[in-house]
Design a protein around this ligand. Structure first.
Ligand SMILES: [Zn+2]
Length: 167
């Protein structure tokens, strides 16, 4: 089956094996595009995928519907909706920023409260550079980081669904 932007999240969520397979392909594509790293999307995924060793070695952590969305950027992000033609703009619905995964998870003030709770739970500041490692290191880390990701994505999805339907 052909993997496309439209089905990648569903495929990745199917099984642990499809997740690993697609993540493996993504690593190769990103390595080949190394020279062409100016856009936000490849850099985001590359930073996360550089921690894939920790991901594969982890002993805990269910992958649900929301996590691959956040990690691949294929989901409830205005930047993605614009790319696939479902929105004319890529502005965040909560502030003046451009709505990318990095913006949502680490920059947008809308999620400051949840972010602070996550950092307190794991006892350090979670960043793009350590996010996967922190989540994979302990069960508590997983619950804090992925709980944050899921909470944010769930709320965004609700908001964006309304937005997309309005149009
Ligand atoms: Zn924002």
């Amino acid at each position: 089956m052909e993997v496309t932007p439209e089905n990648i999240v569903t495929l990745m969520c199917n099984t642990e094996a499809t997740w690993r397979h697609i993540a493996g392909i993504a690593v190769n594509i990103i390595a080949r595009k190394e020279k062409d790293m100016n856009s936000e999307q490849p850099r985001w995924t590359r930073e996360l995928i550089s921690q894939i060793g920790a991901w594969e070695d982890r002993k805990h952590g269910e992958i649900d519907y929301y996590i691959p969305q956040a990690l691949t950027g294929h989901g409830s992000f205005m930047s993605y909706l614009k790319r696939i033609g479902k929105s004319a703009e890529d502005k965040c619905r909560y502030c003046e920023g451009v709505d990318t995964p990095r913006h949502t998870l680490f920059e947008c003030e809308r999620w400051d409260g949840r972010r602070i709770r996550m950092n307190l739970d794991v006892g350090e500041e979670v960043t793009t550079a350590n996010m996967i490692q922190v989540a994979c290191a302990t069960k508590q880390g997983w619950n804090a980081v992925m709980g944050y990701v899921k909470g944010v994505m769930r709320e965004k999805e609700r908001r964006l669904r309304n937005y997309v339907e309005e149009d």
